[in-house]
Design a protein around this ligand. Structure first.
Ligand code: C2E
Ligand code: MG
Ligand code: MG
Length: 307
């Protein structure tokens, strides 16, 4: 819905704004009413610009992959890494994945971009191994979008190809799928995940605790690792209820033979609580921020040498 309020001199412009409001209403979900405002127009204009620019981002070499170490909470050693996509646009600057990934998912551009990340992460893993196998991460974890999951066997081909090109064993690659995406089409997701697992690839559920799945669901999926969302970790020391739920979650994960990883650790107090409840691994700014591939080995080596 849009009102003229003297701003519009042409009926066409008013119709365009009403259209914008309709798209926004659709985006927010069923049954809502949305009234056009100027901010909505600015947002839409930016989305259209990002959408267009994303299509050239690979060939124009604007994408790069940052790596964030994952730490063994008992020893403090950095053992593996997560690959996090970065986009540096010449005029718009660094655009956050939280902003551009949904746009790439909507347009389908996430398919070539996701494949590019997969190849890059496998190549970087192989280069670290060649350079310093002692300090190199055992595994690299790559985020996979629900749109890539719909590729089915084609995703498996992309994974096989990326591993072969890099000469990397399947067990050194972990794919992260968010809890919400798994739950959208659980049966289909489960079948594809089982095939990936059969190939030897590791699977992680990302952002656990942000969706609707219960602890009981965890054993229905072939995950090796469960990543507990940052929102839990942040409230651990403040809310006894969150502490109780997190404790139970870690227990279930570990009793099912899966590995628990706490995301978004920023405070030393959070580490102490997580260690006490038996959480195995952690990731967060407290240990290291995502960094370029070239900086990783020195950071990892420093984490395992005695202080
Ligand atoms: P994610 O997979 O859950 O990744 C963790 C996010 O938390 C990353 O944000 C990371 O930089 C951030 N983070 C790590 N430690 C801390 C901390 O201590 N505090 C805070 N506040 N944040 C922390 P980033 O890199 O902005 O990525 C956001 C999301 O974008 C990712 O969440 C993931 O869902 C998506 N994403 C990133 N790269 C890719 C990709 O290659 N493919 C796909 N499909 N999605 C990606
Ligand atoms: Mg992730
Ligand atoms: Mg996450």
């Amino acid at each position: 819905m849009a009102f003229s309020q003297g701003r519009h001199t042409e009926a066409q412009a008013l119709m365009r704004d009403a259209d914008t409001a309709m798209y926004e209403a659709k985006r927010r979900g069923r049954g809502g009413v949305v009234c056009f405002d100027a901010q909505m127009h600015a947002q839409l204009t930016r989305s259209v610009r990002l959408d267009e620019a994303l299509r050239h981002s690979i060939v124009r070499k604007q994408l790069w992959v940052a790596y964030q170490p994952i730490v063994d909470l008992q020893t403090g050693a950095m053992t593996s890494v997560e690959a996090l996509l970065r986009w540096q646009h010449p005029e718009m600057g660094a655009v956050s994945p939280a902003e551009f990934i949904p746009i790439a998912e909507e347009s389908g551009e996430i398919i070539p971009i996701g494949e590019w990340v997969l190849r890059q992460a496998c190549q970087d893993w192989a280069a670290w191994q060649a350079q310093d196998p002692g300090a190199a991460p055992a595994t690299v974890s790559v985020n996979v979008s629900r749109v890539q999951m719909t590729l089915g066997p084609r995703l498996m081909q992309q994974v096989t190809q990326a591993l072969e090109n890099a000469g990397m064993p399947a067990a050194a690659l972990q794919l992260e799928i968010t809890e919400r995406e798994v739950m959208k089409d659980p049966a289909k997701a489960r079948a594809l995940m089982q095939s990936l697992r059969d190939m030897g690839v590791r699977l992680a559920m990302d952002d656990f605790g942000t969706g609707t799945s219960s602890l009981g669901c965890l054993r229905d999926y072939p995950f090796h690792t469960i990543k507990i969302d940052k929102s839990f970790v942040t409230d651990l020391c403040r809310d006894p209820h969150v502490l109780a739920v997190a404790h139970a979650t870690v227990n279930v994960i570990e009793n099912l033979g899966m590995l628990s990883v706490a995301e978004g650790i920023e405070e030393p107090g959070e580490v102490a609580v997580l260690q006490a409840m038996g959480c195995r691994y952690g990731q967060g700014y407290l240990f290291a921020r995502p960094m370029p591939a070239g900086e990783l080995l020195a950071t990892m080596a420093a984490s395992s040498s005695p202080a």
